[in-house]
Design a protein around this ligand. Structure first.
Ligand code: G3D
Ligand code: MG
Length: 274
């Protein structure tokens, strides 16, 4: 199994006093502090999780952004949300208005700044059992509209806190692992490959990752020439060099995770080449 190290930014969104800072503190430091904590600006905490996926082990470092909940700070908030790979969308189970505000304010703001970020819904303060205004059923109904899972959490007792963070962590990885159906589908023969088949697959795969076909073809020509590859008789050694060149080219427009998984895919093709 391959070990992959990835770092992802996630944001916590929701009205003031729903428990964002308390949830982060519980998750990162395993602490709950009853005294009032005022968030000034945006605070970033870090925590590393180990996630196992069928083919890889991931060491996932979550960069957790605690974004100030006060509504007039729209510009600072937008800045904080930009580049987020996932969001915990948080309401306070004892105040139903905080759930409405997720739908009216927080989710639309997020969708402007980070439109592809997956969401996880949290109704926090579930320990205050006699004051609950939001049922799990109602919360799930709303979360479903966003294709998102939902949890009842308590930063005080720790109920579902790890689970909710682990869930958003996994979802940030799945976005990368999901095949991009809008692009080329490769026909990969079973068993041994001949060098021409491999060269064909590596090129098509690279183009499928690039999006822009003309740029991709230009890069392929450059790196194939640098690797002294003859397209009529591509040799395996030359192709190993070629795939390294493609990884360098990808460094300009893909993230580390994607570059490494692309390199892995191309090397596996080369290992099957006779
Ligand atoms: P925010 O960062 O979203 O603004 P905070 O929210 O984490 O500052 O929490 C606001 C208040 O709610 C704090 O109490 C905090 O202790 C409390 N709180 C947060 N999470 C929970 C929870 O799960 N259960 C209970 N019972 N209380 C919680 P104060 O009293 O200081 O306002
Ligand atoms: Mg706070």
């Amino acid at each position: 199994m391959e070990e992959l190290k990835v770092s992802k930014k996630i944001v916590l969104l929701g009205d003031g006093a729903v428990g964002k800072t308390s949830l982060i503190r519980k998750f990162v430091q395993d602490m709950f502090d009853d005294s009032y904590i005022v968030t000034i600006g945006t605070k970033i905490s870090k925590k590393t999780l180990t996630i196992t996926h069928p083919t890889n082990h991931y060491t996932l470092t979550l960069m957790i952004w605690d974004i100030l909940g006060q509504k007039d700070y729209t510009n600072v908030q937008a800045l904080g949300m930009t580049g987020a790979s996932g969001a915990l969308i948080i309401c306070d189970g004892t105040r139903s208005g905080t759930l409405e505000s997720l739908q009216k304010y927080w989710i639309p703001s997020l969708q402007k700044s980070a439109p592809d970020a997956p969401l996880v819904f949290l109704s926090n303060k579930c320990d205050l059992t006699d004051r609950q205004q939001i049922s799990m059923e109602y919360l799930t109904g709303i979360a479903d509209q966003f294709n998102a899972p939902a949890f009842m959490t308590s930063a005080k007792t720790g109920e579902n806190v790890e689970e909710a963070f682990a869930q958003i962590g996994k979802m940030t990885l799945e976005v990368e692992l999901a095949p991009d159906t809008s692009k080329i589908k490769l026909e990969i023969p079973d068993g041994e490959l001949n060098p021409t088949q491999t060269f064909d697959l590596i090129q098509a795969h690279f183009v499928s990752q690039m999006g822009d076909q003309e740029d991709a073809m230009a890069m392929i020509r450059k790196h194939a020439t640098d690797s002294e590859l003859d397209p009529r008789h591509p040799d395996v050694q030359g192709m190993y060099k070629f795939v390294m060149g493609l990884s360098l080219a990808e460094g300009m427009f893909l993230n580390d995770f994607k570059i490494r998984s692309n390199l892995g895919f191309r090397r596996r093709l080369l290992e099957r080449t006779k």
